[in-house]
Design a binder for this molecule. Structure first.
Ligand code: ZN
Length: 180
């Protein structure tokens, strides 16, 4: 039986793997970037009991607009995966024209105004990043830098609370494991 949602999830996985094929995570193990995307998709899927294919697809694609060298635009995403998915990805994408510190500040400011799905995705993304810093931190990150990242992530997540207790619990558990 043809299931359009299953097809779309697999297309998104393939699209993300191709778009990020040359990218690696910043951590000491330099994991392939796709591992980050599959973790965020897995957390988003678990948070919603596998009931929200649109969210899983957006999770797989959530970083695809971030790096302009990949030449993926909102219009391309909308054409391939629909405007619902493209809108969620757009919501969780920083404005690259701003300096880094300002982009980070804007994430805190925007968080409370995100849609329900974008909030879940944002918490899943930050949870995945905490786990990476706990397990395979970038080699050149000081304790202060790690602590600053955790505290900033917690501020963003604070604005995303109230939609999905399970994903909030994942974030909180990881946050508490920090010894820095
Ligand atoms: Zn991400």
């Amino acid at each position: 039986m043809k299931d359009e949602k299953v097809l779309q999830i697999v297309y998104a996985l393939d699209f993300a793997a191709c778009a990020h094929s040359t990218q690696r995570r910043k951590g000491g193990k330099r994991e392939p970037y796709i591992n980050h995307l599959t973790e965020v998709a897995r957390l988003s899927a678990e948070a919603t009991g596998g009931s929200d294919a649109t969210l899983i697809i957006a999770a797989l694609l959530h970083d695809v607009l971030e790096d302009q060298s990949m030449h993926v635009t909102y219009e391309i995403l909308a054409e391939k995966f629909g405007t619902e998915v493209a809108d969620i990805v757009q919501e969780v994408t920083d404005d690259r024209s701003l300096p880094k510190a300002e982009r980070k500040r804007m994430q805190v400011v925007h968080a409370p105004h995100l849609s329900r799905r974008a909030k879940i995705l944002k918490i899943a993304d930050k949870s995945a990043n905490l786990e990476s810093i706990l397990k395979t931190p970038p080699l050149d990150w000081s304790l202060t830098r790690k602590r600053d990242y955790f505290n900033w992530a917690a501020e963003v997540v604070a604005g995303c609370r109230g939609e999905n207790p399970w994903i909030e619990g994942v974030f909180d558990e990881r946050f508490k494991r920090a010894s820095f």
